[in-house]
Design a protein around this ligand. Structure first.
Ligand code: 3HC
Length: 311
């Protein structure tokens, strides 16, 4: 049975009103947002690692500059999202501690390795493509600071996807060896990209409540289906084959039938047993520890300055 406050809150959500930091909100609404926005921010920061690995190995200066700009954008997306999470009463240090301890997650996709340059194309095309599919509806999420962060992030994401697809085009229409690399990258990134949308709706523990609170606007399966329908013609244009022999257009559904990812692999990866989970955590712990002297110096300087002001 809802309390008056909960009833009023739900009425506001139903009227598509934006909830702002100072407004009353159910504890679980706040907790769900801290969990989702925090993990979204962690995904942006950890997501820099697979691509960062290729900045010094980019095939041309132009590709290097493009990749550098994209990785820099991801850092900014992480900052926008940590700031949105801070409006809910959690600090960035607390969120970082939750990530480094393994208690908070980041997107499963970043636990797969980027083995060659074609992977950087597949990441931009498929991973940023899936992220855009998930983030565009999130611009309408009910929590004001999250919705505004999403609007800013979506403006920058289309370049990320476009540059990845351009790499795939160059290689798919290049030499036999390049085309083979592009096909192999698609083979390895297709199912992990489908997993980015989360478990199937029947296995999604948070969806019902997140949909009721308009934190989530579409279900995991709806967005996965839209992603497949959008990506099939793009693969065809490249002359590449999506690694799913059951993939086919279903006239009466007006959508493609396709094979689900291996959900046991998905749950293994988000439990920390993916190909790169250990490396990603090692890199993030090292970054935190190696950066301690910078944080200490800045804090000491800030304390001195504020002491001088009050003296
Ligand atoms: N990777 C890791 N964990 C995942 C996951 C994934 N791909 N999909 C689901 N999970 C986790 C959920 O976090 C939840 O675990 P938790 O309770 O410990 O948080 C559990 O699996 C059950 O999943 P649910 O579907 O019930 O959970 P949600 O309702 O939170 O839905 C979600 C999952 C669709 C990922 C939703 O949280 C969401 O939309 N998050 C915001 C989008 C986001 O995080 N995107 C990251 C993409 S990468 C990126 O943005 C960088 C880009 O620039 C490349």
């Amino acid at each position: 049975e809802m309390s008056d406050e909960e009833r009023n809150f739900q009425d506001r959500i139903d009227r598509d009103e934006k909830i702002e930091p100072k407004d009353w909100m159910p504890d679980d609404y706040r907790a769900t947002l801290i969990r989702q926005i925090g993990q979204h921010a962690h995904s942006e920061i950890v997501g820099q690692l697979p691509e960062g690995n290729w900045i010094t190995r980019a095939p041309t200066l132009e590709r290097k500059a493009i990749l550098l700009a994209k990785v820099q954008d991801e850092a900014g997306h992480g900052l926008y999202l940590y700031c949105a999470a801070e409006t809910l009463g959690v600090t960035r240090d607390e969120l970082t501690e939750e990530l480094l301890s393994g208690r908070m997650k980041y997107s499963s996709i970043f636990n797969y390795p980027t083995l060659n340059w074609a992977d950087i194309g597949a990441v931009g095309w498929l991973v940023d493509g899936a992220a855009i599919m998930n983030q565009v509806p999130l611009q309408r999420t009910s929590y004001g600071p999250y919705s505004r962060a999403m609007i800013r992030i979506c403006k920058e994401e289309s370049f990320h996807q476009r540059q990845g697809y351009d790499i795939m085009m160059k290689m798919a229409q290049g030499t036999d060896a390049q085309r083979k690399m592009a096909q192999n990258a698609l083979n390895r990134f297709w199912y992990p990209s489908l997993m980015m949308f989360g478990p199937s709706d029947k296995d999604s523990v948070h969806s019902a409540q997140s949909l009721a609170w308009k934190i989530k606007i579409d279900t995991n399966d709806e967005l996965r289906q839209k992603f497949v329908d959008q990506t099939v013609p793009q693969a065809k244009y490249l002359g590449l084959t999506i690694p799913d022999e059951h993939l086919k257009w279903n006239e009466e559904r007006g959508a493609h039938d396709f094979s689900e990812p291996d959900w046991s692999e998905f749950f293994n990866v988000i439990k920390g047993k993916g190909p790169c989970n250990i490396d990603r955590m090692k890199d993030r712990v090292a970054a935190w520890e190696d950066g301690a002297w910078v944080r200490d110096g800045l804090l000491a300087h800030a304390r001195k300055k504020s002491a001088a002001r009050t003296a």
